[in-house]
Design a protein around this ligand. Structure first.
Ligand code: UDP
Length: 343
């Protein structure tokens, strides 16, 4: 058991072996905090945290948040990032996605209440659905299809927000909610299925780039290091904003523009193939981040071209590691070394 002073510096990162979660673990450890990572490895990967295995302040608990009832040491902060976030992944087992958002978040909130821990919920721009207001401010209530294939995630995350604000209003948990817009960077899975990993991997392999629809839809992409700074800022800010906070990069690009940038950066001569647009695919998305700027003093610093270059180099290392049969841990270790120098 750790003493209470040490406990104040202990954070739980649920989903800590995932893409964003593993970067958050790194950042918290770099601040000198103790980190307990909880991950079921459904979409998270052991390789993402392989470098932390021997860190004296790092502890891994393999568990599904739908089943977790308690943590056997005192914790001061809980970040809930445990949920598949890529449409093909969260739609693969939609009932489990919904339960992860609802039951999993309820379990972690109950643990936070019993420890007196502060809580940051990773919510999402999907709260806004296919938005009719642009850019999206936090007071916009969204345009979500509650019966479509994205509903397991969109409605699950909306329910999780409701749980957080109920626990806050009842004085049980110091809960905070981040609405995260599209995020990218090293440690995305090559088979993640989202646009940036798909395009970079396709370009690097010389395969055709897949664009869904006409490619005129827009997204705003935030580099993972910027996002992690925002999540930590939201956890630490006093007083609790008591309102959801958008975290994302307001730079807005069409998918066609992104594909051109990827081809340019990777010097690839891959062709582009157009495929049908998925059901309920949002047409435009850009965060209004004035709340994060005002309350957290936060805004992203890494432009898309620069972030894409770092991510592209990382994917190139990973793919080379696969080709040379280095095995994921070694390929990842090399990537981490390179990424750490840049991050
Ligand atoms: N998309 C695409 N090609 C791909 C993957 C995605 O054109 O290989 C499109 C997708 O239809 C959407 C946008 O890129 O309009 C962003 O999709 P992503 O899955 O990255 O995230 P979303 O913002 O939809 O959750």
């Amino acid at each position: 058991m750790h003493d209470i002073n040490e406990a104040k510096k202990t954070s739980v990162v649920a989903g800590g072996a995932g893409f964003v979660g593993s970067h958050l673990c790194d950042a918290l450890l770099a601040k000198g905090e103790r980190v307990i990572c909880i991950d079921s490895y459904r979409t998270g990967r052991a390789e993402n945290i392989v470098a932390l295995g021997n860190h004296p302040q790092f502890r891994m608990i393999e568990a599904d948040i739908c089943n977790i009832q308690a943590i056997d040491e005192h914790v001061g902060q809980i970040f809930n990032l445990a949920c598949p976030a890529s449409p093909p992944h969260y739609q693969a087992d939609p009932v489990h996605t919904m339960m992860t958002c609802v039951q999993g978040t309820a379990n972690l909130l109950s643990i936070a209440a019993s420890h007196g821990a502060s809580f940051v919920q990773a919510s999402t721009s999907e709260i806004y659905g296919d938005p009719e207001e642009h850019p999206q401010r936090e007071d916009y209530r969204g345009n979500v299809n509650c019966t479509g294939p994205r509903a397991c995630y969109d409605e699950g995350k909306r329910a999780a927000e409701a749980l957080c604000f109920d626990m806050l209003r009842s004085g049980k948990v110091d809960a905070r909610v981040a609405r995260i817009f599209n995020t990218y960077g090293p440690r995305m899975r090559p088979d993640d299925g989202r646009i940036i990993s798909n395009l970079l991997v396709q370009a690097l392999k010389g395969e055709a780039l897949t664009i869904y629809g006409h490619g005129n839809q827009t997204r705003s992409f935030c580099y993972v290091k910027d996002l992690v700074a925002g999540l930590i800022g939201l956890m630490e800010v006093q007083p609790n904003p008591s309102l959801p906070v958008n975290l994302g990069n307001p730079g807005e690009f069409t998918i066609n523009e992104l594909a051109d940038l990827v081809l340019d950066l990777t010097r690839s001569d891959s062709k582009i193939v157009y495929k049908p647009l998925p059901v309920d695919d949002p047409q435009r998305r850009r965060p209004d981040i004035s709340r994060a700027q005002a309350l957290l003093g936060w805004e992203p610093t890494i432009p898309l071209r620069e972030g894409l270059r770092m991510t592209s180099e990382w994917f190139a290392y990973t793919l080379r590691g696969e080709q040379e049969n280095l095995g994921p841990p070694l390929a990842f270790a090399q990537c981490l070394e390179k990424a750490a120098a840049e991050l």
